[in-house]
Write a new protein. Structure first.
Length: 172
């Protein structure tokens, strides 16, 4: 599991490095650029999941495998960055008021829920990608939609409330 987290971390950091101006990378990167890239990656993942859900039961098995392999490492790395860089900056910027601390606790809890849900989505997509028949396309579609809509809401909340409080404007 740690190896998977490290691999995801490396993938995200490399993607961030590739999108950064010269001299900026990884944890030293400007948080606004890192978060912009993180949201782009998460929204690409949401779009891929939506396309899979729309195509059920006749899906591209390779697309399922590729998406399945990206979900957990990507989310874990983005969540780690948010929890170590973004959330402490938000707490400091807002003075740690009760409402703001409650929001951060909720966002951290959502991270745990998202990672658990991501594991379930990954299992389904891997099974489909390896040739298992889609038994109940409606249920699988509902599961995928629940997952990516939750991620989109999480991103929207952070864009509207967390990032502006720490001086990052991300219009999306």
């Amino acid at each position: 599991m740690n190896e998977e987290r490290e691999r995801g971390s490396t993938l995200f950091e490399k993607r961030c490095e590739n999108s950064m101006p010269a001299g900026l990378s990884g944890r030293a990167a400007v948080p606004s650029a890192v978060m912009k890239r993180a949201y782009e990656e998460k929204l690409k993942l949401c779009d891929a999941l939506e396309k899979i859900a729309d195509a059920l039961p006749n899906v591209d098995r390779l697309k399922c495998l590729g998406t399945a392999n990206a979900i957990v490492p990507l989310l874990r790395n983005i969540h780690q960055y948010e929890e170590t860089i973004i959330f402490p900056a938000y707490e400091a910027a807002t003075g740690g008021g009760n409402a703001n601390l409650a929001s951060i606790r909720r966002l951290r809890a959502e991270h745990v829920e998202d990672e658990c849900f991501a594991g379930e989505v990954t299992e389904i997509l891997l099974a489909i990608g390896h040739g298992e028949a889609v038994g109940n396309a409606e249920a699988v579609g509902f599961m995928l939609r629940g997952f990516f809509e939750s991620m989109r809401r999480h991103i929207a909340f952070e864009r509207e409330h967390v990032l502006p409080a720490i001086g990052i404007i991300d219009q999306g």
